[in-house]
Write a protein that binds this ligand. Structure first.
Ligand SMILES: C[S@@+](CC[C@H](N)C(=O)[O-])C[C@H]1O[C@@H](n2cnc3c(N)ncnc32)[C@H](O)[C@@H]1O
Length: 285
């Protein structure tokens, strides 16, 4: 199969994430509760404080942009960028509910930022950079628009074996249909999982004082059924694979996923370990 060009990959991402935007809004509470530590860590690593002007890349439904806006306060501002206008529409609704007037959202590709050099006091990004076809270009753009001395902090998924809640659905699909071996250089959930990978790209872009850390946590669901339903409704890459299946195969995959998830039962709930890589770096003065 020919490799799609970068514009096709980006348009595919836009359509994929727009398609699952309703699911993200529906399951927002689950994210808010369980992923709050990632937002707080990013805000800390990007050194946010009152009055800063911040850019959040791939904001989706507003993480961590909304927390950023609360931290920088009315004297500061946050711009949240994303390809998917429907994800951003959900983020806008949340900002309104929170009464935040210092945050704006704009659609666009984070590999070509529509900003002047040295525009931002800090940059954050959660679970976006691994989906880009040209990550080095995004790293250069980050370095270009950051002000000298300012910080970027980005979260990506760590290794698949440390994140079984993602891996087991892929494994179940592979038991039912043959999938080509994943291309480790193609955009995808685990593209930046390896230690040093994103850190190295930040260094190549001229950033310094780079830190690269794995954070371990639990990801808890009320039941295997809740896990399955939320996964199917929010995980665009999993949805794409499920779309290749017949109805009978979908049922088969569902049973396999429910069975595999039940192996993680603890105290009547489904508790998966998870690991998230957070990489931070500073633009030299
Ligand atoms: C897994 S979601 C994460 C959203 C949010 N940051 C969060 O953590 O909840 C990935 C987001 O990255 C966005 N994205 C993917 N490629 C992008 C690109 N090239 N430019 C801008 N956004 C992109 C998608 O549209 C999607 O909203």
């Amino acid at each position: 199969m020919p490799t799609p060009d970068n514009a096709t990959i980006i348009e595919g991402q836009r359509q994929d994430w727009n398609r699952v935007a309703g699911g993200w809004e529906k399951w927002d509470r689950l994210f808010e509760e369980q992923m709050a530590f990632v937002n707080h860590r990013l805000v800390a690593d990007a050194r946010l404080h009152t009055g800063l002007n911040v850019l959040d890349l791939g904001s989706g439904t507003g993480y961590p942009a909304l927390l950023g806006a609360q931290v920088v306060g009315p004297a500061g501002s946050v711009v949240g960028m994303d390809l998917a206008e429907q994800m951003l529409a959900a983020a806008e609704r949340k900002a309104k509910r929170l009464g935040l007037n210092n945050i704006s959202f704009r659609t666009g590709d984070v590999t070509s930022l529509p900003f002047e050099p040295n525009s931002f006091d800090a940059i954050t990004s959660r679970f976006c950079l691994m989906f880009l076809p040209e990550i080095p270009k995004a790293a250069s753009e980050i370095a270009r628009v950051l002000k000298p001395g300012s910080w970027v902090a980005a979260a990506v998924w760590s290794a698949p074996d440390k994140n079984p809640s993602i891996g087991l659905s892929m494994a179940a699909i592979k038991q039912v249909i043959e999938l080509p071996p994943p291309d480790p250089t193609a955009p995808g959930i685990f593209r930046l999982a390896k230690p040093g990978e994103l850190a190295g790209l930040f260094q190549q872009a001229g950033l310094v004082d780079v830190t690269d850390q794995d954070f371990l946590a639990d990801w808890t669901y009320g039941s295997a059924d809740e896990y399955y339903t939320s996964l199917i409704e929010i995980a665009a890459p999993v949805q794409n694979l499920m779309a290749k299946l017949t109805d009978a195969q979908k049922q088969d995959v569902k049973q396999r996923i429910l069975q595999a998830a039940s192996n993680y039962t603890r105290g009547g709930r489904i508790v998966f370990p998870m690991a998230i890589r957070i990489v931070a770096a500073r633009k030299p003065v």
